[in-house]
Design a protein around this ligand. Structure first.
Ligand SMILES: Nc1nc2c(c(=O)[nH]1)N[C@H]1C(S)=C(S)[C@@H](COP(=O)(O)OP(=O)(O)OC[C@H]3O[C@@H](n4cnc5c(=O)[nH]c(N)nc54)[C@H](O)[C@@H]3O)O[C@H]1N2
Ligand SMILES: Nc1nc2c(c(=O)[nH]1)N[C@H]1C(S)=C(S)[C@@H](COP(=O)(O)OP(=O)(O)OC[C@H]3O[C@@H](n4cnc5c(=O)[nH]c(N)nc54)[C@H](O)[C@@H]3O)O[C@H]1N2
Ligand code: SF4
Ligand SMILES: [Mo]
Length: 745
């Protein structure tokens, strides 16, 4: 057989790199960057080149597995797996009611062609009301701030890195992550370009990360104090009369309130808390306000901490009051070819968001955007009584590793009466399942990013057809989800017609949207729209998202408009230019204005005021990522985990000396929730007083089928994350800034 080349977008992260995948028969021979990809232009990282290894990984599930009486998994037919899932799920709903069945939806769902579209079908159709997710160890604070400021939890401004000349990067490390809530391939190259054109990039981070090599300056900050820094920057901007609303003049509520609040937060007041001298805070504020095109970009270091919502909110406050919000070179809003289902108006947006509509049963956490801190999952399973969780559907997740207190979750998962999982692997969490349905290999399914383009610095899209046919008789994840939805509703899997359920979902969506004021299809006949599609499943959804998007053909209304076929005819992708100002389309607040000082958030400044009075612990822990790792997975690919041990404790030489810790030796690290042992790496890249561990490791658990990962097990840093250490107003877990003690063993 001869070699064939397939073009593909890497789905692993927000960089969305174009790949050239060379295959022979059913083997992937090599993966190279697609230099002609209009978006990534030849950029790639080591993970993208390893997708062939993922495809061929012997541990990757190829058929459903069911756990026997002996506790061992055995491969079964799809029919049998669905039958067992139905038995288990329906026993839970019959004996305990629907409210005893919950779902956990993990991160890869945001990057998967089927899942990102069909979770929107699975949730309402299954009748499952309770969702847990790593969103509360991630961007929940940003969702809260966007909900209240903009009226849309998923509208997140992205810094226009290609046109700005002052960029403040706070708590983000694109050197490892490649950008998050910010899609821009080769982000580090773009940071270099800012400096090449005479601009500045300043990185605020407790660690001198690889990103600092692409910045003008590193400003070390004590974890969890970003909100204090940013309040002080606001203080300076107002005190010196540097504020301007720019394009947003007349569209902002709460400016006077913001000025009032900032008065109390002088740089002098916060300098010792943040560990940043007053003069530096003033300089940063002036540089941002004085830049022709400035932007503040903040990410997970500012979310996964005690004051995540305040910091996320202040990031945008700074962008607004320096006139940089929604203007070229500032913080702007992406405009994808195919819009995201997550931007459908939340039913709450008309009357304004409110939180705490219900409380968690055991610890009494208020719900925020429908979820509780993910660490509560364990106690909700363990604690008997009305409303106890009895069954779980786990979709693309690994909370035993990824969530704070995952060790407690691991203990109680076996108590559940039913766990049904959908995953590529038998991982540390899915090993507790009764049934695991395999996801298709990424190469066996089409791909098109849905959510990620929402914060991409250019408008565009790229459709990837599958490289290989899926195994005969297998189900794509969207089909599995629809089947599981029907099972949750009591159906006998043998009599379920998936195509029919899909039509019902799609028809319902279209019928709802034609009635939505302002939607591209407002007033159209739903049956006519449904008839006009040649696709089904996620392809039909994607076609719909493109056709009703900003460049779409609006189902015949715009003769030159785009459809999925146009994307299919452009294998290197379509580029429709940089972001453009569009605040009027974005704002969905009840007032119609951008809310600069939402009371729900500003009330939390009292908690911050208490924090800055508190004595500082000697040592606190923060998290990190590595370019060769992806949260808790991709660790089973020998070539990717090869080389030096990446699961080490980074510690500053002064702290190492004080704690008698020796480089390269095993060290004990203890927090109030746990204790682990890990090799120390003494390095000046940490600021004194802060140590750092990666998350996503600890592959030494019995039951998982990850042979390579087990040999590079590492330790689970989340054993040190106290479940009750949260950003109170978002319910997001604080995994950064955890007080710890380090000692030799
Ligand atoms: N201490 C600490 N903890 C953290 C973080 C931190 O910074 N510090 N970060 C948090 C963040 S931001 C996140 S997003 C979470 C991640 O937390 P999770 O989403 O719970 O975990 P992942 O490691 O992403 O695991 C994903 C699982 O999905 C599977 N998978 C991959 N692709 C697919 C697919 O296409 N289909 C299906 N069905 N399954 C698939 C993988 O095999 C893997 O088992 O971790 C969080 N935990
Ligand atoms: N290679 C790779 N890429 C990934 C992932 C991965 O696991 N591996 N995960 C993906 C996911 S799910 C996400 S959410 C994104 C996250 O993307 P990023 O937000 O860029 O994540 P990190 O690389 O963890 O960088 C966070 C930085 O915050 C710093 N930090 C910690 N605490 C504080 C604090 O209190 N204040 C400040 N200012 N900084 C602090 C840390 O030192 C770290 O350098 O990455 C995505 N991309
Ligand atoms: S940066 Fe790496 S993981 Fe991310 S999309 Fe590109 S190749 Fe894939
Ligand atoms: Mo994440």
């Amino acid at each position: 057989m001869s070699e064939e080349v397939h073009l593909r977008t890497c789905h692993l992260c927000e960089s969305m790199c174009g790949l050239e995948v060379t295959v022979e028969d059913d083997r992937v021979l090599r993966i190279r960057p697609d230099k002609e990809d209009v978006w990534s232009r030849g950029y790639i990282c080591p993970k993208g080149t390893m997708l062939g290894e993922l495809h061929h990984d012997p541990d990757r599930l190829r058929s459903p597995v069911v756990k026997g009486e002996d506790g061992e998994f055995r491969e079964v037919s799809w029919e049998e797996a669905f039958r067992v899932a139905a038995e288990k799920i329906q026993a839970v709903t019959a004996n305990h009611g629907m409210q005893a069945l919950h779902t956990y939806i993990g991160n890869p769902a945001a990057h998967n062609f089927s899942l990102q579209r069909y979770i929107a079908a699975f949730m309402p159709m299954s009748g499952i009301e309770s969702v847990w997710s790593p969103g509360t160890v991630d961007q929940w604070p940003k969702n809260v701030s966007s909900a209240l400021m903009l009226g849309d939890a998923w509208r997140i401004p992205a810094p226009d890195v290609d046109r700005c000349d002052f960029l403040l990067v706070v708590g983000a490390n694109p050197h490892a992550s490649q950008g998050s809530l910010l899609a821009a391939s080769d982000l580090l190259g773009r940071l270099d370009a800012i400096q090449d054109r005479g601009g500045e990039v300043v990185v605020v981070d407790p660690r001198r990360t690889g990103t600092c090599d692409h910045a003008t300056e590193w400003v070390p900050i004590r974890p969890g104090t970003d909100a204090a820094l940013m309040m002080a920057m606001c203080h300076v901007i107002f005190r010196e009369g540097l504020e301007s609303l720019g394009n947003l003049e007349g569209k902002v509520d709460g400016l006077d309130r913001m000025k009032e609040l900032a008065k109390a937060w002088s740089p002098e007041r916060v300098e010792s808390t943040c560990g940043i001298p007053e003069a530096d805070i003033e300089r940063l504020a002036r540089s941002l306000a004085g830049a022709d095109h400035g932007a503040v970009y903040a990410r997970i270091g500012t979310c996964n901490q005690e004051f995540g919502t305040l910091a996320s909110w202040l990031t945008d406050v700074l962008n607004v009051i320096t006139g940089n919000m929604d203007r070229e070179g500032g913080a702007m809003f992406g405009n994808p070819i195919a819009w995201s289902l997550l931007n459908l108006p939340d039913p709450q947006y008309a009357e304004g968001f409110s939180f705490g509509r219900w409380k968690s049963r055991v610890s009494g956490y208020p719900e925020v955007l429908g979820q509780f801190p993910v660490s509560c999952l364990a106690e909700e399973i363990a604690t008997p009584g009305e409303g106890q969780i009895k069954g779980l559907v786990i979709i693309a997740g690994n909370p035993v590793i990824s969530s704070p207190g995952g060790d407690k979750l691991e203990e109680v998962l076996p108590d559940l009466e039913c766990i049904v999982a959908l995953d590529l692997y038998i991982n540390e969490t899915t090993c507790h399942a009764d049934v695991i349905f395999p996801a298709l290999s990424p190469f066996e399914q089409p791909h098109y990013d849905e959510l990620i383009w929402s914060w991409a610095i250019r408008s565009g899209g790229n459709f990837s057809p599958p490289v290989f046919e899926p195994p005969e008789g297998s189900y794509a994840e969207w089909q599995t989800l629809l089947m599981l939805a029907a099972i949750c509703q009591g159906a006998d899997p043998g009599s379920v017609d998936i195509g029919q359920i899909d039509d019902l979902f799609y028809g319902g969506l279209v019928a709802g949207l034609v009635q939505m004021p302002g939607f591209a299809l407002e007033g159209r006949e739903p049956a006519e729209i449904v008839e006009m599609s040649n696709h089904h499943g996620p392809m039909r959804m994607l076609d719909f998202q493109i056709r009703t998007g900003p460049w779409g053909d609006i189902y015949g209304k715009e003769s030159d408009g785009l459809t999925l076929e146009d994307l299919m005819a452009a294998p290197h992708g379509l580029d429709l230019g940089p972001m453009v100002p569009r605040i009027d389309e974005v704002l969905r607040t009840p007032s119609g204005d951008l809310e600069l000082a939402p009371e729900y958030i500003t009330n939390d400044l009292n908690r911050l005021a208490e924090r800055i009075e508190r004595a500082e612990p000697d040592l606190v822990l923060v998290s990190r990522r590595d370019v060769r790792s992806n949260n808790s997975w991709m660790h089973n690919l020998p070539k990717l985990v090869a080389g030096r041990n990446r699961c080490t404790l980074l510690i500053h030489p002064d702290d190492a000396e004080r704690c008698s810790v020796v480089h390269d030796e095993i060290t004990q690290i203890r927090s109030r929730s746990g204790c682990i042992e890990v090799v120390a790496e003494v390095t000046e890249e940490m600021m004194p007083g802060v140590v750092c561990l990666p998350h996503g490791w600890g592959h030494d658990r019995p039951g998982a089928r990850l042979e390579v990962a087990a040999r590079h097990a590492g330790v689970n840093s989340n054993h040190l994350s106290p479940g009750d250490f949260v950003d109170e107003i978002s319910g997001n877990q604080a995994v950064n800034g955890i007080p710890v003690e380090v000692s030799p063993i």
